[in-house]
Design a protein around this ligand. Sequence first.
Ligand SMILES: Nc1ncnc2c1ncn2[C@@H]1O[C@H](COP(=O)(O)OP(=O)(O)OP(=O)(O)O)[C@@H](O)[C@H]1O
Length: 261
Amino acid sequence: MLEISQLVKRYGHDDPVLKGLDLRVEGNSVVSIVGASGAGKSTLLRCINRLIEPTSGSIRLNGQELSSLKGAPLRQARRRIGMVFQGFNLIDRLTVMENVLAGRLGYVGFFQAWRRRFPPEDIERAFHLMERVGIAQYANKRADELSGGERQRVGVVRALMQEPDILLADEPTASLDPVTSEQIMKLMRALASELSLPVLINIHNVAQARAYTERIVGLRHGRMIFDGTPERFDAAALEEIYGGIEAPDETSASTVAEGER
Ligand SMILES: Nc1ncnc2c1ncn2[C@@H]1O[C@H](COP(=O)(O)OP(=O)(O)OP(=O)(O)O)[C@@H](O)[C@H]1O
């Protein structure tokens, strides 16, 4: 379980970008975080995985306080936080299997990794997960020979190889075509349920947030101004969050039929 309370992040001497956020995410829930550009969505994810240092407040993952960790304890905590990126962040010249095994780097020793000697159970887990998401046949292909959707599946499997307690996804579908985007959203939702994993997804596509996540958190200028189900995420909520700015993909909201959910 993730429990964030009174999280503040200030870059330098600027006004805080996150202004006292409270958020609690339990079990296998899939939560989307929406908000206009600059609202603080990426900053929130980066505070959770501690790519950046929160200014104040508390972030607890399964009871462990993350906000003050440093050194080895921070590295250990970070390997329990899986991250999926907009640009996939794969190493192009390495194979799919090598990219996937990179998810174990927080666990295996340096020389083991350098000699590419991963324990058999890691290889087995890699194949199992690759099969689950439909990329096992590409195990020995170079990552740059795959399509965007396949590459993002590699990104998801790499994150799951960490055996994470939570999965964070920063605009995971923004580089993909609409159909592939929906497949990736469906996949993350299914995996959350299969693995009892909470998933937090930063997303600009409001239609997909509504269709594929069970809870939507709306940020505006670093404050949470909406937290509810897609059913409650109505035109008024949209107006409050985007304040007259058209939400990037709102026009396609009606194209996601109930039956596809
Ligand atoms: N490293 C940084 N140094 C200074 N300011 C930063 C830094 N990173 C982000 N910011 C500022 O913090 C604010 C929030 O940025 P953030 O990237 O969290 O927003 P976002 O909601 O994810 O936006 P987008 O949807 O465009 O990715 C912005 O005003 C941004 O300029």
